[in-house]
Each structure stands twice: as C-alpha cells, then as structure tokens.
Ligand binder design. Structure first.
Ligand SMILES: [Zn+2]
Length: 418
C-alpha cells in the first residue's frame, strides 16, 4: 500500500503531536529543533548575558557582557579584535557611550585566540584608546619573532620568510619554551631586545603599555569571573600546555591550530569559542576530549564556527559540537574569495537555517516585517541562562527587537538552553 498525500500529512501531524511527548526517544539533532518555540519571555535586565559577534570586516571580534549584579559595574570579555583598530574602537565607543578618558570602562578579560592579523591588529588600536582599560590578557604563547642568529642550521623551527615562531623539540613537533611569551615581563624583554616583528611588534608594545596582566591560557584553566554574578564560567579547553606545530610545520596551520578554545557556561546556556582551529588541530583536540571523557564539554547551544567557516574543518569535530545555532564571522574577502562559510561545514553544524554569519544575508526588518539583502550585520546572542535568542543587528545603536516582535515569528525566537 502506498501513502497518498493525505496519509503523509496525517503522519506528519501525528509525528508533530507525538514528538514532544517522547523527547527522549528522538535523536539529538531533532530534539535540538524541538527546543525552539515561540514564547513570551521577558528577562530581568540584571540576568541578561549578551554576546556581540561584531561585523568588523575580515576577522573575529566578539564581546561578551556578563550579567551584572546590582550595583556592580559589570564584567566584560573581548575575544579577538578583528584587523581594524578604528572599526573596533568605533564599535566599542557605540556600545559604551559613557566611557571617557577620565572615566574609562574596564574590560576585565581580553582573549587573543591566536596572533593572525585578522584577530590581533584591531586589539592594537583599542589598547591605545584611553576610554578603556584592560585587566587581563589571555593568549596561547606564540609570537612573531625576528629569526635569531646562532641556531644550528638543522634546527627544527616554524618560520615564514624571516618571521620566526619558535623552535621545536628535537623529536616530534612540540615547541620548546624558549620562544614563548607568557607574562608582561616576557613581552617587555622581547620589546627591549627588539626581538618582535611586524604587526606583532606593535601589538606587543601597545599591550605592554596598556594591559595590567598577561598569561597563557591552557587547557584546564578557568577565567576569574568574580564580579560577574553567579552561575557563569569560562573554561579553557585548548591548547594544551605543550603547543604543537601542525601540517608539516606550516606557519599558518600552526598559528590557527593552537587557537585558544573557550567554553562559556551560564546556567543551562553554553557557547563554544573556537578561534581559527583547523582540521588537523580539531582532530587532535577531539582525541584529547574523547580520551579524557570530556566530549560533552564541546556540545553547546551556540557554536562560533571555527576559522570563519573555512572548508579546512573536520566533520567529526563539528558534528561533535552539535549546536542548535552556529555563527561565523567574516568580511567581504572571506565571503567572496574563500567561500566562507563553506557549505559542508554549515551542513555539519546543522544547516543554513540554523547558521548566522556576519557578511551578506537577507535581513529581516523587525518593524516593517520586510526583507532586504544587506551587506554586513552584527550577530547578537542574548540569554538569561534558561532561554536564548540570536538575531542580526545592522547598526549597534539600533533598538534590539522586542519580545512581541520576536513572538511574531521573525526569526529571533527564543530557544530553551539545555
Ligand atoms: Zn581568522
């Protein structure tokens, strides 16, 4: 017997009615979708955690505003800074209109996931902005050095032209301690001895002058979020204490492969920050997670797609994160030249309907309910730890879509965090 259209319809309706009642029997990907529903939700202002994936051209710049307990000034974390100092400064001034040189706003945590220009250079500009102060910088320890003299000709190193990243141990691909930065003293020593190069040299000088402390972020550590209210945590999942060269000592694969990966948790809500991890390092990371029984630590509500959605991602790793929503950030160059975000990567993360990216897309006009193609939007995640929503914002000083508009089905629906 074949089912007619009517029979299929009946089955579909039946399934829709029955699925919520047997949620545990549904596969994980379906249960994620079932979590999304339209509700009237108004969150108490002090409970809101906001994550701004800023449209900043090519690169990542992600600001996290932790929920602020009454009378507390709040705790902020900036993950990377894109490659334009002026753009990042402009966005930060819009988001913190009360910040002035005489009453600067404190950014408690700055994370440089890795020292590629499109993540680092914007920070150089922001460090020089007297409207902000910076407490703690977290980084992976790699830097761009002038190639040292006196190394044996056969020394195993990672370099690109005369730029030098570090020396490897005689056997294997592990970095020696010799050329890794850590606290401010290591930055100052590199500056005093004129050992850094290019954009890294500027970055190191600006951070040494403007950041209160610096340290390596390694797997197993947690950021000190005192003052951010209860129930929030940020754990470092990658890199391990020993850094490795990737893809035959490739400069770019090694920088990306040692990206700092963070898991942010706020009650039931979680988000994974992945820098520019690539397929080689994701494979290593996945093995570390699996062998230590920690695979669940990367399964999240929201995934920052690694490396702007590059095709150089590992399917098994992306599937392991099993996100409800994923977000990729990129500029025109990444979108048109490199095809970010890659179609396969998006499908592993759950498909286009569940993926946001910062470059070109159909933007919904919340007030007029009309759609238009626009180039470049910021992506905002808002959560109280129980529910979250994700929406696009063309301009940072635009009003956020309201709950009523959300309930109207404009794509900013609330999703239950699990
Ligand atoms: Zn990048």
């Amino acid at each position: 017997m074949t089912l007619g259209t009517r029979g299929l319809l009946t089955l579909t309706v039946l399934a829709a009615v029955l699925l919520p009642a047997c949620a545990h029997a549904t596969p994980p990907r379906l249960s994620n979708i079932d979590r999304s529903q339209f509700i009237n939700r108004s969150m108490a202002a002090e409970d809101i955690l906001r994550i701004w994936v800023l449209y900043i051209g090519q690169g990542d710049a992600i600001l996290v505003q932790f929920p602020r307990a009454a009378a507390e000034p709040g705790v902020e974390m900036l993950v990377d800074g894109g490659k334009s100092g002026p753009k990042l400064q402009q966005h930060m001034r819009t988001l913190y209109p009360l910040a002035t040189p005489s009453a600067p706003t404190a950014i408690e945590h700055v994370v440089l996931t890795h020292h590629d220009t499109d993540h680092m250079q914007g920070l150089s500009g922001l460090f020089n902005d007297p409207r902000f102060t910076f407490a703690a910088l977290h980084h992976n320890g790699l830097a761009t050095w002038v190639r040292p003299t006196g190394l044996p000709a056969a020394a195993r190193v990672v370099r690109d032209g005369d730029r030098f990243m570090g020396r490897l141990q005689d056997t294997g691909s592990a970095f020696t301690e010799e050329f890794r930065v850590d606290g401010l003293d290591t930055f100052r020593a590199g500056i005093d001895n004129d050992q850094f190069q290019g954009v890294y040299k500027t970055y190191a000088a600006r951070l040494a002058d403007n950041v209160s402390s610096a340290s390596r972020a390694t797997r197993g550590e947690s950021l000190d979020l005192s003052g951010a209210g209860a129930d929030v945590s940020v754990n470092v999942l990658w890199p391990e204490d020993t850094l490795h060269a990737y893809d035959g000592r490739s400069w770019s694969h090694t920088i990306n492969g040692n990206s700092v990966v963070l898991n942010l948790q706020y009650n039931n809500f979680s988000m994974l920050f992945t820098g520019d991890m690539n397929s080689h390092s994701e494979e290593s990371f996945r093995h570390v997670l699996t062998s230590s029984g920690m695979a669940g630590s990367v399964e999240v509500d929201v995934l920052k797609i690694p490396h702007h959605g590059s095709a150089d991602n590992e399917e098994a790793f992306i599937r392991m994160t099993n996100p409800v929503i994923s977000i990729a950030s990129m500029g025109n160059q990444g979108f048109t030249r490199w095809g970010h975000p890659d179609e396969d990567v998006v499908s592993w993360a759950g498909g286009f309907r569940r993926t946001f990216h910062t470059h070109a897309h159909e933007r919904q006009n919340y007030a007029g309910r009309t759609n238009a193609m626009v180039e470049g939007s910021h992506i905002v995640v808002e959560t109280d730890g129980e529910w979250f929503r994700v929406f696009e914002l063309r301009d940072l000083d635009d009003a956020l879509p309201t709950v009523t508009q959300t309930a109207g089905g404009d794509g900013t629906r609330w999703i239950r965090a699990e």
